[in-house]
Design a protein around this ligand. Structure first.
Ligand SMILES: Cc1ncc(COP(=O)(O)O)c(C=O)c1O
Length: 402
């Protein structure tokens, strides 16, 4: 029989249903409509407008030229893991041994490896929502179920998490509780005392905790957001995921890290080997430079965000139909708009009419519907221009309704 006589079975039907059924990213659905338009102010995505600092780029360049272009340790360069240990000591006053780190392809791959290591098909992961969607989809890829526990939202627009709600969502299938503080998209920051309570809960129930701390420096009340490392011991069932993306404007470098409990290095060495076999060696050299010389850049980023946060939040709060509370942390503000039930359609309308690109709240799960998320990791000048455009749009909308 020749190949021309046979009909190949459908490739689509041959996929794992879990993977075929992954949800498309609704932020990209808006961004794809305006990506190429230079007139649009693009505040939909989770990255700032600053370039990676020159000293980091120079370090990568020098490392390539020095021949750091070969395979290296799957867990990452020992010197990088030592620099990370020193960074945690410096900022959170915690001792985390270099043997508890693995270097990952961004914070995303840290989450992927954590889920691969811990979550079995059919198990459940509790996630406060609205939430950055990638974690829930990663859980689905693993054949497990994300279980959303909604943040509580007060009349003034502020978000809070009730641990009673988390406890009520625990079932015999629950394996892990996921916390992202400071949170994308809500800007909520988990207080240290609540971290202790949650630690006690997961200890009592034998669960795992995954703490995504990628926005830890972006905190507008305290100097820095608390870390679960400060309230847990090296023996707790705790995974921390983090990234070079946000602090040092390195989103495209794809470099991050995970911290795992004491003694699990052989496991995560294997997992890294079979995921990526390490991230590029010369990029790891640049990451060491970011850690050792980049504290000033972080301070500059955070103070710029603080200024733009104030401009955006004061400007938007004054507009008719908008309810918002300035976020405590992260570099996003999530606000609800009176009368909006389809945030995707509304974000597209804003893109077309106001030339401002925002993320639709529905991108962060059903609890985000009716809201929009704006990234204010931008210059104060651009923040003012965005507010001016949004003001024109919302004032015209209110006048039409009147
Ligand atoms: C909450 C959260 N976690 C993790 C990440 C992952 O970032 P990256 O993969 O660029 O390191 C992001 C990126 O937007 C995020 O918002």
């Amino acid at each position: 029989m020749s190949s021309a006589d046979t009909i190949p079975p459908s490739p689509m039907a041959g996929l794992r249903p879990r993977v075929a059924g992954l949800q498309p990213n609704l932020i990209a659905a808006v961004a794809d409509l305006g990506r190429e338009d230079p007139a649009v102010i693009k505040l939909w995505i989770g990255e700032g407008d600053l370039a990676t600092p020159g000293f980091v780029a120079d370090a990568a360049d020098a490392a390539v030229r020095a021949g750091h272009t070969r395979y290296t340790y799957a867990l990452g360069l020992p010197k990088l893991r030592e620099a990370l240990s020193a960074y945690h000591q410096r900022h959170w006053n915690v001792e985390v041994a270099p043997s508890r780190f693995t270097i990952t392809t961004g914070g995303m791959n840290a989450i992927m490896q954590a889920i691969q290591a811990i979550v079995e098909p059919g198990e459940e992961v509790i996630i406060p929502g609205p939430a950055w969607p990638n974690l829930a989809e990663t859980v689905r890829i693993a054949g497990a179920e994300p279980v959303t526990v909604p943040f509580r939202r007060a009349g003034d627009g502020s978000f809070s998490l009730d641990l009673g709600d988390i406890e009520a969502a625990i079932t015999p299938r629950t394996r892990m509780i996921a916390i992202n503080s400071p949170s994308n998209p809500t800007g909520w920051v988990m207080p240290s005392a609540q971290m202790e309570q949650l630690r006690d809960l997961v200890r009592a129930k034998g669960l795992w905790l995954i703490s995504d701390e990628v926005y830890n420096h972006f905190c507008y009340g305290n100097a820095i957001a608390p870390s679960f490392l400060q309230v847990c011991t090296p023996d707790d069932r705790l995974i921390i995921t983090n990234t070079f993306s946000k602090n040092w404007a390195m989103t495209g470098w794809r470099a991050g890290w995970m911290i795992f409990p004491e003694g699990l290095a052989p496991v995560f060495d294997n997992l890294s080997q079979y995921n990526t076999t390490s991230i590029p060696t010369f990029i790891q050299h640049a990451c060491i430079e970011a850690l050792e010389k980049g504290d000033g850049f972080i301070r500059q980023m955070v103070s710029r965000c603080a200024e733009s946060r104030q401009i955006v939040c004061e400007g938007l709060a004054a507009l008719p139909g908008i309810t918002l509370r300035a976020p405590e942390g992260s570099f996003y503000v999530m606000f609800s708009v009176e009368g909006v039930t389809d945030s995707l359609a509304f974000a597209i309308e804003l893109l077309k009419e106001a030339k401002v690109g925002l993320a639709p709240g529905a991108a962060f799960g059903p609890d985000g519907e009716g809201q929009l998320r704006l990234c204010f990791a931008i210059s104060p000048e651009l923040a003012r221009e965005a507010v001016a455009r949004l003001s024109r749009f919302f004032l015209a909308r209110a006048a039409k309704k009147a």
